[in-house]
Design a protein around this ligand. Structure first.
Ligand code: NAP
Ligand code: MG
Length: 475
């Protein structure tokens, strides 16, 4: 049993002021395996005040020193990579062999990019007309992160904050805080000055409001559901702080008429079933030309049925359980709704996968003959469930793709370069993946419409944490 007893404020491990604890349940076996203390609004207030006190000195630290701290954090996290992968797997069910790459080593590489970008904070630009512009850190930042990428989403915020010279407090998801304890331990080990990074695990419903409304916080960055993101923006509004929202999605994938349909379907089914489909960027609405539609559905069935579902510790496993029994119940309700709405259930469904007797497992599920008005095509399911929708021509494909409240990710598979760019430029989403690329930790990432208003990672991610100052010099 892992028992965390303290939270990290002002460079010290301290007791939380209340006696709340949360029990973490491994979704693969439904057993409690860890406990974590829950911070109170008072603890959050202390953490924010520590971050405020630390801000001016940290913001004046030379950028080379900030880079050195970031590099040292990367090195220490790398030393503990296997422990991190194992903890994240136990918290949320992702197979350990996938967790090591996408949940641990990927974010570390993204963090190291922020180390390299720290020096860009020193740039001074002289403009025609006699003025100078400089970038300065925005100040104290508070972060609220989701459970589906526990370290990844933390690094996307803490990385640029440290590089810019901001100080921060972090509230990780109640379900997946363990990697953030290691992050705090590492910050302490490398000697990061007190108050620069503070960890306040707790319940969003209890401490979320103080995190977003506190007058000493200059920026709140939230990743999670659109519903909670809207509440956070409302509670932040009274203090005119910057609000960065990274929210949900319902992303389309257009298979162009000239595409090798089997190859494109194979890619998208595997990509979208990764992390058991619990990804804001999941390409969940697959648009296929009517002439290739039945072939696409047949290939999707074969691919979905070939993906191994089971023990997250087994190297052959592709899909572990969902993050919790609650998550499984929610996805099962969507599958039932899809059937009730008249979509064709091609494979998968509500039963536990064959050979599995307990745990939050869901079968990889493919729906065909989906109409874009059905709730399975409009709402974020957050599980291994994909909708195949036929289209008549490219204009209709683009219209269906953009007929959504969201705009986070999108994809296209086309052979012809002009077709690739023509479709990519018309999709109303923050990213377009053409012909199955890997994730980039340097490219800007964020949403259009109800998917959010921020941009994370790389140089654009750093910009969110800066204010631009104009210095006008008279005669
Ligand atoms: P969630 O329920 O919105 O929770 C996200 C975070 O908000 C958690 O830390 C949660 O704390 C906290 N929270 C809950 N209620 C709150 C409140 N009233 N005030 C302040 N904070 C509150 O989302 P989730 O279920 O963890 O994650 C899945 C969602 O995240 C999906 O919609 C997904 O698309 C989205 N997501 C978006 C991105 C992106 O980059 N755009 C990336 C990953 C995930 P508790 O743990 O205590 O509930
Ligand atoms: Mg939630």
């Amino acid at each position: 049993m892992i028992e965390h007893k303290q939270i990290y404020i002002d460079g010290q491990w301290v007791d939380a002021s209340g006696d709340g604890i949360t029990h973490l349940v491994n979704p693969a076996n439904e057993e409690v395996f860890a406990t974590v203390p829950m911070s109170t609004p008072d603890d959050v207030d202390k953490a924010i005040r520590a971050a405020r006190k630390a801000f001016i000195p940290w913001s004046q630290t030379p950028s080379a020193e900030r880079k050195a701290y970031i590099d040292a954090i990367c090195a220490k996290l790398t030393e503990r990579k296997d422990e991190l992968a194992s903890l994240i797997s136990q918290e949320m069910g992702i197979p350990v062999h996938f967790a090591l790459g996408i949940q641990v080593m990927g974010p570390i590489s993204g963090l190291s990019i922020f180390g390299d970008l720290a020096a860009t904070m020193d740039e001074t630009r002289e403009h025609d007309g006699g003025y100078i512009t400089v970038k300065e850190p925005i100040g104290v930042c508070s972060f609220i992160t989701p459970w589906n990428f526990p370290l990844f989403q933390v690094v996307a915020k803490v990385g640029p904050a440290l590089a810019a010279g901001c100080t921060c407090i972090l509230k990780p998801s109640e379900q997946t805080p363990l990697s953030t304890f290691i992050f705090a331990e590492v910050c302490a080990e490398v000697g990061l000055p007190a108050g620069v990074f503070n960890l306040v695990p707790g319940k969003g419903s209890v401490i979320g409001d103080v995190i977003s409304s506190h007058p000493e916080v200059d920026l709140v960055s939230f990743t999670g559901s659109t519903e909670v993101g809207v509440d956070i923006a409302k509670s932040a509004a009274g203090t005119v702080k910057r609000v960065c929202q990274e929210l949900g999605g319902k992303s389309p994938f257009i298979i162009a008429e000239d595409a090798p349909v089997a190859k494109a379907v194979k890619y998208v089914v595997k990509d979208s079933m990764f992390n058991s489909g619990q990804m804001c960027v999941q390409l969940s609405r697959i648009l296929v030309h009517e002439s290739q539609y039945e072939e696409a559905v047949e290939v999707a069935k074969t691919v979905a049925e070939s993906l191994a579902v089971g023990d997250p510790n087994d190297k052959g496993t592709f899909l572990g359980p969902l993050s919790s029994m609650q998550a499984r119940n929610s996805v099962v309700r969507f599958i039932e709704k899809g059937v009730a709405e008249g979509a064709r259930l091609v494979t998968g469904g509500t039963e536990l996968p064959e050979g599995v007797e307990k745990g939050a497992y869901v079968r990889p599920t493919i729906f065909a003959d989906v109409n874009n008005d059905m709730s399975i095509a409009r709402e974020e399911i957050f599980g291994p469930v994909l909708c195949f929708i036929p289209y008549k021509d490219e204009a209709e494909a683009i219209a269906i793709a953009n007929d959504t409240d969201f705009g986070l990710s999108s994809g296209v598979w086309a052979e012809n370069k002009d077709t690739q760019m023509r479709i990519a430029r018309q999709l109303r989403a923050g990213q377009v993946k053409v012909n199955g690329p890997a994730f980039s930790f340097a490219a800007p990432f964020g949403g259009y419409k109800m998917s959010g208003n921020g941009r994370e990672w790389g140089a654009s991610g750093l910009t969110e944490y800066t204010e631009e100052k104009a210095i006008l010099v008279g005669g």
